[in-house]
Design a protein around this ligand. Structure first.
Ligand SMILES: [Zn+2]
Length: 378
């Protein structure tokens, strides 16, 4: 924890790290995007819409309606590929040229991350509209930056969560089912990572975050199979809320100390393999949870072995990857795995939040043995 101490007129101030807990306002419901026109005018009259290609079709009718019922003028930036420094610079140029007053971000995690960073750098309010349930990026005050090639580069902590978040179930229902499955993988990681990094904390807010992560895990274990079988149904909505909103709450309440451990570190390493480009963030993270549990097993944790067996069953039910083969990495070489492990074990990696020291070779061993039966392990 970084606690700064400063002197102010003889008084010692010891601030805790600031928390960005939640969007200022959350609109949820089927068709709520049609209410945008009631909410946007308070942010300004010139809006920059940052969206992906597929997304554009989903939000265009709602924006056309806003154009006819208000005097808001829209500019557009198409965000394809990654949230990268180049796209960031392009968007900031439009913000200046068009004297933008509010950013509207619609899309998946990478588009939302880019737009949040644009708003942060420009000091503007932001409205987020997640169009998939693949991540909690529409909620959080964090942007992950990738290289043009798609490799994880670095992350930026933002000063606050979005000013308005619009969860329209009709919009999210148009996304491929695979994105919801990936979102479940990313959300369920909250428990496996937060309980390791912060499970023994005696701080009220962190205890609360870890307990919410446990609740989130239980909801996902109970409802995901039904949700996937009945898209748009009651269980589906609850699982969308779990992946898009509750996962964000945990990051917000827990703050920087309660975020990621090995599952996301393995994800970050995998993004450097070009063969891994075809898989989604939450798919790589889900596999990373199994790798993390293997590392805990190596360290003598039998509960981790039990948890891994439970997750393997769950992954099989809903279609999350259980091993490298499922991730399309069946032909990966030892050398490539060593590179992934080296990146995941860099000094500033979150993998070092594990309560024991980790060696790159152990990580490679964990990565190739995520489906090994518990009996063989003993
Ligand atoms: Zn994630």
């Amino acid at each position: 924890m970084s606690v700064e101490t400063s002197l102010n007129q003889g008084k010692t101030i010891v601030p805790l790290p600031p928390l960005a807990i939640a969007p200022a306002q959350l609109l949820r419901g089927a068709g709520v995007i049609s209410q945008l026109g009631q909410h946007l005018p308070r942010f300004g009259k010139r809006a920059l819409v940052i969206s992906g290609d597929r997304t554009w079709k989903a939000i265009e009718p709602a924006l056309a309606e806003v154009s006819t019922t208000t005097d808001i003028k829209f500019s557009y930036a198409l965000a394809i590929d990654q949230c990268s420094d180049r796209l960031l610079a392009n968007s900031l140029k439009i913000v200046n040229q068009d004297q933008i007053e509010v950013i509207i971000a619609a899309g998946g995690g990478k588009v939302l991350d880019l737009a949040k960073l644009v708003a942060f750098r420009a000091g503007l309010p932001i409205v987020t509209i997640p169009t998939t349930a693949a991540t909690c990026a529409a909620w959080t005050a964090l942007s992950n930056i990738y290289t043009e090639a798609g490799a994880f580069d670095y992350d930026v902590a933002l000063d606050r969560c979005p000013d308005l978040m619009v969860v329209d179930y009709e919009v999210i229902a148009t996304a491929p089912q695979r994105t919801l499955v990936a979102g479940i993988g990313d959300a369920i990681a909250k428990w496996y990572e937060a309980s390791v990094s912060s499970g023994s904390s005696d701080k009220t807010m962190i205890i609360a975050a870890v307990q919410q992560a446990r609740v989130l895990r239980d909801i996902l274990l109970q409802k995901s199979e039904t949700a996937i079988a009945q898209p748009g149904g009651d269980a589906w909505r609850e699982v969308v809320d779990a992946s898009v909103c509750l996962a964000g709450v945990i990051g917000g309440v827990g703050g920087a100390q309660c975020r990621t451990v090995a599952a996301h570190a393995v994800h970050n390493g995998l993004t450097h393999l070009k063969q891994a480009k075809g898989t989604l963030h939450g798919e790589k993270v889900a596999y990373g949870i199994l790798v993390q549990l293997r590392l805990e097993e190596f360290n003598g944790n039998q509960l981790a072995a039990t948890a891994r067996q439970q997750l393997l069953k769950f992954y099989a039910q809903i279609g999350l990857p259980q091993n490298l083969d499922d991730l399309g990495l069946g032909d990966v070489t030892l050398k490539e795995l060593e590179q992934v492990a080296a990146i995941a074990c860099l000094p500033n990696s979150d993998i070092h939040h594990l309560p024991f020291a980790i060696h790159e070779q152990q990580l490679v061993a964990a990565m190739v043995s995520t489906t090994v039966p518990v009996a063989v392990n003993q």
